[in-house]
Structures are given as C-alpha cells and as structure tokens.
Design a binder for this molecule. Structure first.
Ligand code: C2E
Ligand code: MG
Ligand code: MG
Length: 585
C-alpha cells in the first residue's frame, strides 16, 4: 500500500494542534517507478511554495491513483506519468479526472520518460493540462518553477470559483453552485422523495430602503444563520437571489410548515429584534429530465402564486402552472366560453359504507366537455381557474348545482344522503365564502348536516390560525368537513388534532398501493389508525378492486369510493344506478 502520505514539513505530528491547522498544498505523484517518487520528494524537501509547505500522496499505477482521487479532497496538483500499466494509462486517467470525477480545479503536470509519448496539443488543451515535461527535467529548480506555476493557477481558479459559486454575505453557495449541487444530487439515486424550494423573505426591499443596506445585509445573515442552524444537515441551502434562498432535500426536511415556522421567533439584528415572514414555493417534480435549473423555475412559478395569495404562505408547483403562456391564455379563453355556454357540468360519484354496502353519499366532481365531445380533465383546468380567480364563480356554481341535486336525490327516498363538494383554497380564502355558503343553504333548504366540504390536506395545513377560524365557522353552520387527498400533504399531527374536521379521505395512491407489498406497512393503515385516535371517520377513494375494499374493511376503514362501485355519474345515470342498487340489495 502506498496511499499513506508523507508530509515533508511537519511529519506525523498529528498531536500538535498548531501544526494540524497549518495550510498545505496536497500533491499527488503518480508514477510506476518508485525512483521517480523518491527523486521528486527529495528535490522538493523542505520547500515552501506561496507560503505553504507541500504534502505528498503517492500512487504507483493509474488505477491506484483513481482510487485515491475518489476519496481524497483538495489535491491541488498531480504529477502524472504518461506510460504506466498501459501505454495510455496516464491519458485515460486524465479523462476520468476531468470528465467523470469533474475535478476541474486540479492542476495536471504530465511527465514521461520517452519524449515520443507526448500528447497532442489538442489533448493538452481539451483536458486542461498545465504542463508537459520529460523526466530529465526533474531537477530541483525546474520542478519548483513548474509546481509553483501550477499552484498559482490552482489558487486563482479557486478564488474565481469562490466568486462564481459562493455568496460571501451569508457564507452560502450561490445560485450557480445551487444548480450544480442539485444536479449532482439529482444524478444520484437518493432523491426520489426530494423537494426543491425557494424561500423568499417578505418585503425585503422595503426593509432595505427603510433601514439601510447594512441593516438589510445583517438581517439576511441572521436569516441564513437561523436556517443553517435549524435545517437538517442533509439539506442543501444556498442564497440564490438577493432575498431568496434555495433549498433541496428530502420532503420531510424541506417541509414548508416547519420551515415557515422558523420565522416565528424574531431575528436579532444588532440590538433590534426584527419580525419578518417568508413565502415559499416548491416543487416535487424532479428528475426525468427536470434538472436543477428547471426545478428552480418551477419553484419560482409556485412562489409567485404563493405571494399572490398571501405572504407567509406556500404553494407546491403543479404541471399546469408550467404550461406556456400561450397555452394558458388559450385554455383560459376556452374556459370562459365554456362557462358562458354552459359546457361545464357536475357528475356525482357514490360513496358507500364498507360494512353495510349502503350508499352514504356522493361526491360532486366538475366536468368540462368540448364541442367535439372530448373532456378537459379537472386537474388541468382547475389550477388555471384558480390562478385566474374564476374558481370563485365556478366553485359557487358547483356548490349550488350540487345542493339542488341533493334535494332531488333525498326526495328519492335517501333522506340522509350526503353531498361532498370540493372547495379550492382560493375559494376558501375568499372573503365572501361563508356568505355564499349560507346563501346556498338558504336557497336550497337542504339540511346542512348533509353537506360536506372537501379541502385538501395542504390547504388544511396552511396558515393554521386562519384555517382554524374559518373551519369553525363552517362547522357552526352545521356543515361537515373532510380532508381530501390525505397522506399526500404535510400534516403535523398536533395541528390536525386541533382542526374541527369529520372525515379523512385516504388518497387514491395509497389505496392502489394496497395491492402491493410495501416495506414499513401501508400508509392507508396508518391513516386509518390516525382516524381512530382522532375519532374521525375514514373514507378511501379510488377503490378499484374488491380485494382493496376487503383490506380496507379489515383495517377498520369506514367508507369507500371508487370505480369498483361506480364511476362519477351524471345526475340521470346516478338515479338509475341508485335504483338498480336498491333492487339488488
Ligand atoms: P378528488 O377530489 O380527489 O377527486 C377524486 C378523483 O379521483 C376524481 O377525479 C375521480 O374521478 C377520480 N376517481 C374516483 N374513483 C376512482 C377510481 O376508482 N380510479 C381512478 N383511477 N380514479 C378515480 P376527477 O374527477 O378527474 O377530479 C380530479 C380532481 O379535480 C379532484 O380530485 C378535485 O381535487 C378536483 N375537482 C373536481 N371537481 C372539482 C370542483 O368542483 N371544485 C374543485 N375545487 N375541485 C374539483
Ligand atoms: Mg375530492
Ligand atoms: Mg382526493
């Protein structure tokens, strides 16, 4: 083994902390002739270059060098023999160094015993080789001059790197570095659950104007310090804009609720205690061609939406947000026309009691049919309706249509049938939301106990104080509340416990998962357990197979919905379906 390093200046003085801290240049000698190693270290013994002593690492073949380069860091220069185990072993190693290991700062000095093996000029250029020497030029002065030149270049490259990739104010990677780091992480295998987020300090430019740049800078430093301290060390943190930070890490470590709550404690800047909030946009669609730069763009789109909603909130990116602007405009115009020409309609999907098989309710789902009979899926146009504000009118319309339908259905001999209506967060936050809800109840005369609102888990977790208050008022009207797509959001148990809710709706993904073996148990069973503890009814959506229904029943799930029972049906189809079912039960 030759991987041990012999430090010329301060041999194995590891016990002495002063010596340990001394800065050194690390040089790797790669040569299959032991004499060359000896001659080199001898020629440079005791030498200091640019104020630092030299530390040597030794490799006696290209493959050994390869191993060393993969584990050692901060090697400044390699002195590389061209011909070793193979004629081109040295040149092949250079390719690995530059292309695979991406060690671009590292300086390479090529040496060969046979002048005939000089690489092509293009190779020297393409692989950024510092110098080329024959071994006869191994004299002390020549070596000293060559290595000094290489180290000087190395130092300059490092300084440039620092400028190009490092934010000095907050001592963090900058935007470029963040892109590189996230690309690296995306290329690896452990990022399936990762999130890339942008965190924006609210009203920073106002703070800067009011208190001066110095104070503004200190505030940013304080924010950066808090994030460094409180974020999990595995999270990549960078300053990617004047008042924005980039984060990448596992979903549970880049949890928006947790991160935004890090701003609850005021920041102490000099002797002032400053209260600031932040807004967050993030994306979970990573990989598959979506690299760091695209992800930042996506997170930024989400961030803009979040800011538009309310400062201090967060929004997750969805593919619809990324539609290019022309496509959005076209779709939006088409949506307006669809609303006007009444091409929107509501379908109803039955919900059953898993034990008795009895139909307990229906969920209202909106549909948009084009003139040619094709459908635009709600997942596509609802985000657009939300972004444009049209969702408020559309949502109100769905609410009224379905309340009217409920009156007719109950009259068919199902007096306790429940109507579940999806409510978008924009709708939910609208100042007139409660008035409209009340008006719908009064106009249709339905029993509020038979109306249920579905809000998604992410909405329920946002802005706890506001949500809590609104939910209480909804409940005061007698209306019940279900948390939709449960398991996909960022629930904090303590928050969930406080919410006045009636039902958890297990997301379809976790019902599908029931058909497979999953290590660590099924999420569905955890949700059902959670429901039991919180004394909530649990309904599973997207049940397609009898076996899924059986498993859910066994786990203690109360209700189910899915193609196994019925697809979403028009009002007419639903009546037929209900009648046939009543005859067969
Ligand atoms: P959601 O509220 O989670 O609705 C359940 C979705 O799962 C529906 O998709 C439904 O058609 C589908 N589904 C039900 N059973 C099965 C099954 O067994 N297998 C499969 N593969 N799918 C099943 P849809 O109708 O496309 O709606 C998508 C989403 O759009 C809804 O998700 C909801 O978030 C939203 N949405 C629909 N209507 C409205 C509305 O009136 N207002 C608002 N704000 N959002 C709505
Ligand atoms: Mg729903
Ligand atoms: Mg759902």
């Amino acid at each position: 083994m030759h991987t041990e390093s012999d430090t010329l200046h301060f041999l194995d003085d590891e016990g002495d902390p002063e010596v340990g801290r001394e800065l050194v240049w690390r040089l790797l000698i790669i040569d299959d002739e032991p004499d060359v190693h000896r001659a080199t270290t001898f020629a440079l013994s005791g030498v200091k270059i640019l104020g630092r002593s030299l530390q040597f690492l030794h490799a006696y073949s290209a493959s050994e060098a390869d191993r060393i380069l993969r584990v050692e860091s901060d090697i400044a220069v390699v002195l590389l023999d061209v011909v070793m185990e193979r004629e081109d072993a040295g040149l092949a190693l250079i390719k690995i160094i530059r292309e695979e290991l991406k060690l671009t700062d590292l300086r390479i000095i090529l040496r060969t015993g046979q002048p005939g093996y000089a690489p092509e000029i293009e190779t020297i250029h393409d692989f950024d080789i510092n110098d080329y020497k024959t071994k006869s030029e191994l004299t002390r002065t020549k070596l000293y001059a060559t290595i000094t030149a290489a180290l000087r270049t190395y130092e300059q490259i490092r300084k440039l790197d620092e400028l190009a990739f490092y934010d000095r104010l907050c001592s963090l990677p900058n935007r470029n570095k963040f892109i590189n780091l996230s690309d690296e992480r995306l290329a690896g295998s452990e990022c399936k659950n990762d999130v890339i987020a942008i965190l924006d300090v609210d009203d920073f430019s106002e703070i800067n104007d009011a208190l001066g740049h110095q104070q503004g800078d200190r505030l940013l430093q304080a924010v950066a310090d808090r994030l460094k301290l409180e974020l999990d060390p595995s999270v990549i943190l960078a300053r990617i804009g004047s008042d924005t930070f980039g984060l990448m890490g596992a979903r549970q470590h880049v949890d928006p609720v947790t991160i935004l709550s890090m701003f609850r404690t005021p920041f102490v800047v000099q002797d002032d205690s400053m209260v600031v909030t932040a807004t967050m946009g993030y994306t979970q669609s990573l990989g598959g061609g979506i690299m760091g730069r695209d992800a930042i763009k996506d997170a930024n789109i989400a961030l803009k939406l979040a800011k538009k909603n309310r400062r201090g909130s967060f929004v997750a990116f969805s593919a619809e947000m990324g539609l290019d602007i022309r496509e959005r405009v076209r779709l939006l115009q088409a949506l307006r026309q669809a609303v006007e020409s009444e091409r929107l309609f509501v379908v109803y999907q039955p919900q059953v009691n898993l034990i008795s098989g009895e139909v307990v309710g229906v969920e209202a789902l909106i549909r948009w049919r084009n003139d040619d009979g094709t459908f635009v899926p709600p997942d596509r146009f609802i985000p657009l309706a939300e972004a444009s504000g049209m969702i408020v009118a559309i949502g109100d319309w769905v609410l009224r249509v379905s309340c009217h339908e409920l009156v007719r259905l109950q009259a068919m001999g199902l007096p306790n049938l429940r109507m579940s209506v999806n409510v978008s967060q924009i709708q939910f936050r609208h100042p007139e939301f409660l008035d409209k809800l009340n008006a719908a109840l009064l106009d249709t005369g339905i029993n509020p106990k038979c109306l249920e609102l579905e809000i998604t888990e992410s909405v329920a977790m946002e802005d706890p104080a506001f949500i809590l208050e609104t939910l209480h008022m909804v409940r005061e009207l007698g209306i019940s509340i279900a948390i939709d797509d449960f398991g996909t959001g960022y629930s904090s148990l303590s928050h969930l416990r406080q919410l006045p809710i009636d039902r958890l709706k297990i997301d379809r993904a976790f019902v599908t998962e029931l058909s497979q073996e999953v290590s660590g148990g099924h999420i569905a069973s955890m949700v059902i357990e959670l429901g039991r503890n919180l004394k909530l009814t649990v309904i599973a959506e997207g049940i397609e197979e009898e076996s899924q229904a059986q498993t859910l029943l066994r786990l203690g799930c109360h209700e189910g919905q899915g193609y196994l029972y019925a697809k979403p049906l028009t009002a007419v189809q639903l009546k037929e379906w209900l009648q046939t079912r009543a005859e067969h039960l």
